[in-house]
Design a protein around this ligand. Structure first.
Ligand code: AMP
Length: 179
């Protein structure tokens, strides 16, 4: 269950930007949230509360907005933070996954050796939309013999049914604000 108060506060801070980056997309801009220090701390605390009882060895954040709360939460929980980046950004032993977008394809990378075999890794991003990005990120972790401990998002666009796509990888899917 999402705490209604934090959901309301997140929703009032998020700025909707129509037709960005493409016509027809209603972009959920989290930059106003980042200017509200108290709300950022409350979001991090709510994430930590919702993860109580989930055994975790690391948090992997997806470029770039998944780095923001991902690192705050990792520091709060005393866990290693791992970067999942777009192709060509990571310097050391990159491991690549190709995945399909609605139109065309894309690639994500992690650095070899970041995930220790058997580690329980939480995948984090700002928005769950169709689930393609989170699913590809999880597969990168699995390819390094990590386990998926769950998925954590600030927002979920329910009408794009991303949850259905990623639940085969973990049933533990948390989002604080649903649209
Ligand atoms: P998807 O792979 O369709 O689940 O898309 C998720 C990725 O695209 C995340 O990295 C989000 O940051 C970004 N994204 C998708 N839709 C939106 C949106 N409406 N507003 C902001 N970011 C979005």
């Amino acid at each position: 269950m999402t705490c209604p108060m934090i959901e309301t506060r997140i929703k009032s801070a998020i700025r909707d930007v129509p037709d960005f980056p493409l016509k027809g997309v209603l972009f959920k801009d989290l930059t106003p949230v980042l200017k509200d220090t108290k709300l950022c701390q409350e979001i991090t605390e709510e994430f930590a509360k919702r993860l109580r009882g989930t055994g975790l060895d690391a948090i992997a954040g997806i470029e770039s907005r998944g780095f923001l709360f991902g690192l705050m939460l990792a520091a709060r929980l005393g866990l290693p933070f791992l970067l999942i980046r777009k192709k060509g950004k990571l310097p050391y032993k990159p491991i690549t996954i190709n995945y399909q977008l609605e139109y065309g394809s894309s690639q994500l990378e992690m650095q070899g050796g970041d995930v220790h075999p058997g580690w329980k890794v939480l995948i984090h991003d700002d928005v769950l939309a169709t689930g393609g990005t989170a699913s590809a990120a999880a597969k990168l972790v699995l390819s390094q013999e990590g386990q998926i401990a769950g998925f954590l998002f600030l927002m979920e666009l329910k009408f794009l049914t991303g949850r259905e796509k990623i639940q085969e990888l973990s049933q533990n899917i948390i989002s604080l604000a649903s649209y």
